[in-house]
Design a protein around this ligand. Sequence first.
Ligand SMILES: C[S@@+](CC[C@H](N)C(=O)[O-])C[C@H]1O[C@@H](n2cnc3c(N)ncnc32)[C@H](O)[C@@H]1O
Length: 214
Amino acid sequence: MKFVPKEIEEYCTNISTTPSSLCSELADYTRQNVDLSVMLIGPMEASVLTMLIHQIRPKTIIEFGTFTGYSALAMAEQVESDGKIFTLDVNADTQNLAQSFWDKSPHGHKIVPICGQALETMGQITAPLDLVFIDADKTNYRSYFQYALENLSPKGVIVLDNMLWSGRVLEEGQLDDSTLALKKLAREIQTDDRLIKTLLPIRDGMLVVQLKVK
Ligand SMILES: C[S@@+](CC[C@H](N)C(=O)[O-])C[C@H]1O[C@@H](n2cnc3c(N)ncnc32)[C@H](O)[C@@H]1O
C-alpha cells in the first residue's frame, strides 16, 4: 500500500534534504541486482533520519538491519566525524556489498558493520545509545526495542520502521506473526506513560519514540 501519492512524495523529496548521489547509486545498484530491494528506506525516510540527527547530534547510533547499506550511509553522511553507526545484519553477502559502497564515501569510516543474529550481537554495543533505528525482522522488534530503551541516553531517540506494515496493522482476526508482533508492540508503546511517541505515515510508517524528560 502506498500511503502518500507518488507525485506528493516526489514534491516532498525535492524540497527536503536527501542523501548523496553515492546513496542513489547504491539504491540503483540494489534495485537492479539484489532481491527484495523494496526494503530500502528511500530518500524521504532518510531525510527524516537526517533531521533527527541534526537535532540530537548522536555519537552512538545502532541500526538493526543493514541490508545493502543505504540507511547506514545516509546517516553516516550526517553524523559528526567522531560519531559511530553500529549496523547489525545476519546476511554477510549484503553487508559486504554495503561495505564496497561505504569504502567509496568520506563518511564510510563512521560505520561499523556487525554480522550475526542481532539478538546475539546487540550486546556488543554498550555505549549509551543516542539514536536507534530498528529495521530488521519484525518478530524480534520488541526485544530490539527493549534493548534500545534500557541503553538509551537521556537525549536518545528510537525509530521503528515499517510500523504500518503496508496497512496490515489494520487487520483483525487471524494475523501472521509479523503483523501480530508489530501491533502488540505498537500498543505497548502507546500505553507506556514514560514515552513520547509519534507514528509518522512516511513510506511504511516510522514510529519515533523518546523518553519523557523528568
Ligand atoms: C528492511 S532490511 C534493512 C534495510 C536497510 N535499513 C536499508 O534501508 O537499506 C532488513 C534487514 O534485516 C536483516 N535481518 C533479518 N533478520 C535479522 C536478524 N535476526 N538479525 C540481524 N539481521 C536480520 C535482513 O538480512 C535484512 O538485510
